[in-house]
Design a protein around this ligand. Structure first.
Ligand code: UD1
Ligand code: MG
Length: 453
């Protein structure tokens, strides 16, 4: 039987943030969710999250995670005090308690599995994860005897000058025999530099504490401040780019691009410099993204080209060309083989196959048929000051340059709109619509005749 407890009640003072530390995202996923992900495949009986500072906020932000139990620690008097809160909750529990600090987001699931296996195959009350770190600043130091049994963990602030030279550090991940831990938890005291109850002090009270050292110490990097968070972000970004490169994606300048964990990128996609994928993006095979583009929660078909553009919550078909300098906003659905050119904004609109909106247009709350040609500067005037209204344009229609379509309005198919028209009434199939003042030409006119005009 296994229970998992994640410590997330602390203030995260060193982050200097209004957002709880463990909710800060790394490659699009919060730190604490990453810690939960590192426990994937363990099938524990209980998953307990210790919350305290901004507890309600954390509970709300993580309410979508099934089976996660929130345990309140108030006030927060240290990591040992946090685990003391489990004494009534796990009163009848028998088995191991895996404890993880909520600020260690880089752990790999196989490291946790190894820790538990090692613990189960040894005669011990606790096994901790350690790391040899050349610059162990900020970490608790782990002291072992000649048989590699852990004698104690001493926090950096409580170390003597000599003890600080020890580079074996506590990663903040522990596998305890719960019944034994429950016996010693009430004995903790706060006689240390911070005046807190330290979970690490239980180690010296337990029988034959063991440790296993991680192979790659970056895995146990804790995030206590923005600099450490930035280092972790870089690590995730590198890991993601390495993964997608192995899957057949080209990056022209990989370090200038960022990818979210929940994005999928097809084969033979080329990603140019300064291009970023956020949220859940699905990028089809052979797309060419960037340079200079930001895509959030978008689905692209295959062979789509996007340059210097911003796309959000939209769906794009195969072979579409977007940009440079286009803005595709939420609920835009653009079908195959369309072209969306420079300085075009599309919002909450469906665009049919092969339609071209090549220059300087706003298309909002509209439905465009297939093979429509939207002339430069065409605007759907969708807002009447109170409500948003729809514009419908049938197949193979054309709007001239600088047309204003005042919604609600429907243009049939094969309609032609003369350049410079402002249309307020529906136009039937196959018609020409002109809505502009007739041109006036005065012959032999000069400024001196102006007064008589
Ligand atoms: C802790 C360890 C240290 C280890 C390091 C690894 C202790 C005493 N020290 O130090 O040995 O090397 O992690 O990263 O455990 N928390 C609570 N309630 C509290 C206080 C903290 O839930 O009352 C939570 C925090 O939200 C955080 C975790 O415990 O997720 C660790 O706390 P933090 O203050 O970051 O401890 P470190 O100084 O990093
Ligand atoms: Mg920490």
């Amino acid at each position: 039987m296994l229970a998992i407890a994640i410590l997330a009640a602390g203030k995260g003072t060193r982050m200097k943030s209004a957002l709880p530390k463990v909710l800060h995202p790394l490659a699009g996923i919060s730190m604490v969710e990453r810690v939960l992900m590192s426990c994937n495949g363990l099938s524990p009986q209980r998953r307990l999250l210790i919350v305290g500072h901004q507890a309600e906020y954390l509970e709300e932000a993580l309410s979508h995670i099934p089976g996660l139990e929130f345990v309140l620690q108030k006030p927060q008097r240290g990591t040992g005090h946090a685990i003391q809160q489990l004494l009534p909750i796990l009163k009848d529990f028998e088995g191991e308690l895996l404890v993880l600090n909520g600020d260690i987001p880089l752990l790999r699931p196989r490291t946790i599995t190894k820790l538990i296996e090692h613990h189960r195959s040894s005669v011990t009350d606790v096994t901790i994860l350690t790391a040899k770190i050349s610059n162990p600043e900020g970490y608790g130091r782990v002291f072992v005897d000649q048989n590699d049994i852990v004698n104690s963990i001493i926090e950096e602030r409580d170390c003597t000058q000599e003890q600080l030279n020890n580079t074996l550090t506590n990663a903040g991940i522990y596998c305890f025999n719960w019944k034994q831990l429950a016996k010693v938890l009430p004995k903790l005291n706060n006689e240390n530099n911070q005046g807190e109850l330290y979970l690490t002090d239980t180690i010296a009270m337990l029988s034959k504490p063991r440790h296993i050292a991680v192979d790659d110490s970056t895995e146990v990097n804790g995030v206590n401040d923005r600099k450490q968070m930035s280092n972790c972000e870089s690590f995730f970004q590198q890991r993601l780019r390495d993964y997608w490169m192995k899957e057949g994606v080209t990056f022209l300048d990989e370090s200038s691009c960022t990818i979210s964990e929940n994005s999928f990128i097809g084969k033979d996609v080329i990603i140019e410099p300064q291009t970023h994928l956020r949220g859940r993006c699905r990028i089809g095979q052979g797309c060419h993204l960037g340079p200079g583009s930001l895509l959030s929660n978008v689905e692209l078909g295959s062979n789509v080209k996007v340059s210097y553009s911003v796309l959000k919550d939209a769906k794009i078909g195969d072979g579409v060309e977007i940009g440079p300098f286009a803005h595709i906003r939420p609920e835009a659905v653009i079908s195959d083989d369309c072209k969306v050119g420079n300085f075009v904004e599309i919002k909450k609109s469906q665009v049919g196959t092969g339609t071209k909106i090549s220059h300087l247009s706003y298309i909002g709350d509209a439905e465009l048929g297939s093979n429509v040609n939207i002339g430069a500067g065409t605007i759907t005037a969708n807002f009447d000051g109170e409500t948003k209204n729809r514009t419908i344009i049938g197949n193979e229609s054309k709007t001239g340059a600088n047309s204003v379509l005042v919604a609600p309005i429907t243009l049939g198919s094969q309609v032609t709109v003369g350049a410079g028209s402002t249309l307020t009434k529906d136009v039937p199939n196959g018609s020409l619509a002109l809505g502009r003042a007739k041109q006036l030409v005065k012959r032999n006119w000069s400024p001196s005749t102006k007064a008589q005009d």
